[in-house]
Structures are given as structure tokens and as C-alpha cells.
Write a protein of this length. Sequence first.
Length: 428
Amino acid sequence: MIRDCLTCGTPFPAKAQPKAPGRPRSYCSPGCYPWKYNIRWSEPGVLPARADSMDTPLKRAAAHQAIQRGEAHGWSPSTIAGVMHGLALVLADATEDQPVPASRIRERVPRGSSIARVTDVLADMQLLHVDTGPSIHRWIETRTAELPAGFAPAIRAWLFFLLDGDARTRPKTKGSLYVQFGCVKPIVLHLATTRDHLREVTAGDITEALGDLNGHKRRNAITAVRSLFWFAKKKGLVFRDPARHLPSVKVAPVLVPLTEQEIRAIGQSVVTPAQRLVVTLAAAHAARATPIRHLTLADIDLPGRRITIDGHEQLMGELTTDALVTWLAFRNATWPGTANPHVLINKFTALGTAEISHYCLKRHLLLKGIQLERIRKDRILHEALAADADPLHLALVFNISHTTAVRYAEVATAVLSATAEADPTPPP
């Protein structure tokens, strides 16, 4: 446990240290956070000199590795300095032939430094020992521990099965686990009021637990419950599957063109270059949120005016080209040294190579009232209206399935028929 400030050496009082295990206090005041509050790290030669002043060869090698990695990934000097301080704490009692446990990194790296970047540097040096499981495993253990004892083991095994899959089942993403568990948990808590174990549940109990759910919520809940009891039956945890004959719920999507008022509201809400680019990709190319987040610089051909979205190459119009050029100029001016290959980055992903998160788009668009999926559907519908409701044309232009293309074509046909009935005047 650290008892003195790492910068000025001021002793900490006993009450200054947290009683519970966690990241210890390392500095006595904000002024002693040298990598965060002192601009001297940006001066030439300061960081290498700091690395050379480390008291052990292992710390010096790690510090120089942090500088090298930081320069390659566009880290700021203060970020590199923070990683160097974190490495110094982690390697305080380490040797060159002894890997550093990942749990020690979380315990020793102070606030203001990055656990992930310290971990990356040690991994580059082959000094990292992963002694903890993935975070999703801890999430499963924590969430299932909150459930009644008669249901928790089966649901825990089910979640791990969804995560890992088997020879016949593909693994699910973490997002799918969050959604399915969120659907199952309230149903299980309701069942636990009258049942002690999963094998005691009947079809009537499940129907009662579903209650007044309707629409997408009911469909998602039925899908999750079916998956749970299918797994339980497969593994012999229940004698029969009470969810087998649950009626499926088909929710017909609403395809309605955007109104002029909605279009004006979207235009007024989109103010940043990143927002303009995302909305333009959805409005001009009917791109979904995930392909937009995964779009890389290699997918763009500015001289040829072509863009590849989700493996489908399309021509870029003036609107897309202007939005893309504006964003890339802002991107290069803000993060000139980043090694991230993705088109859309922010202050966090610019320091690595990952794409922006789904929540990043949600915070900048959905929470401002901009629904990308609604804009995307409006684009396809307008194309269907312009192409006389030709489903083959829609499938080729937007790389959508024939079933989806036919659905848009049917809606376009209905809109065209309603327009013709409202204006019966024959064309000249």
C-alpha cells in the first residue's frame, strides 16, 4: 500500500487510503498529478529522460516501450507519462522472468492512468499473465447470483452456453446475452413466487408471467424463454419443455416516409461533422449503425467516388463526398497521429484501433431525437417510390434480402395507389 505521494513525498494519513480493496491513492493533490496537470511532458526529450531515470532495467525497458507504442498510436505526451507512472507502480517488485498478473495491474494503477494501456505495454513485452477471466464471465456470475437458488444454476449454464456455443450453435455476442437475460430475469422472478425449480414450471406459468407484454417486448421475451427451456431440456435439467408451444409474435414494421417537419428537425439537430457524416450515410446509402461504426479508411475511394459499406460497394454523391471530406479534415486536424483505421473515431478510440461504441452513436444521435433506422427506412422507401416499386432494383442498390425488398415494394405500391386515388386526374 502506498503511504507517500509519488511526486512530493508527502506522507498520507491512515484515513486517506481506501479501506476496501481497490486502486490506491498515489498523489496528495491535483498539482502532483504530473502527467495530467504539468505541460512539461510535451517538451522534446522529457519523456525519454524520464524513462532513463527509472531505477531498474525492467522499468526503463517498459517506459521506452510505452513511448514507442504511444508514438505509434497517437497518444498525447501526458497519456504516455501516465502509462509510464502506472508501469512504475506495477513493476515495483517484478523481475524480468516473472510475468505480471493482470489482477495486480487493476490494484496498483492509480487514477489518471489507463489500465488498458498499461496492460497493452506489458503484453507487448510478453510480461502479462492473465489470471482473471473475461469480464463477461464475472457479469454472468454476478447476475445469476441475484436469482433464486432453484433457478440460478440452470440460467448460469444457459448464459455460458449462449456465450460459448457448440458444434451446432454459433456463440452469441455480449449484447445478445444482456438482452436475453434482461428478458428472462423478470419472468424468472415472477415464477419463483410459486415455483422452487425450473422443472416445476408449466406452460400456464409462463403465459401468466408474460402478462401484458406486447409487441417487441413480448416477442423478445418469448424468444429468450424458448431458448432457456430448449437448453434446459437438452441438458436434462427439465423433464419437458413448457415453452415449446408458445405462440410466436410477429411485429409488422411500420414503414412511413419522414414528414417535412421531421426532416427539418433532423437537419437542425445535426451540428457536428461526425453527426453530419453518420446521418448522410444513413440517408444516402441506407447504412445501418453497426456498418457505419466499422467503416474504415480502406473502404473509401475519394478519387473514384466510391464507398464500401458492409461489403457492398456504392457510388458516392456530392452530399456524401462533402460530408466525408469535412469530417476527414476535422479528424486529421484533431488527431493527426492516430493509428486507428476506422473513419469515425473519438478522443478515446483515437488512442487505439477499436471502433466507436454503439453508445457513442446513441449519445450523439438517438438521445437527440435522431433515429438512424428511421432515416434508413425512409431512404429505401423513397427509392422504391422512384423505381416504381421494383424489389429487384432495391435488392441490388441496397444489398438487402429479397424478402425485405418485396416488403418495401408492397408499401411503395400502396403509397402510389393511394396517391393515384387522391389525384384521379389522368396524365396529359
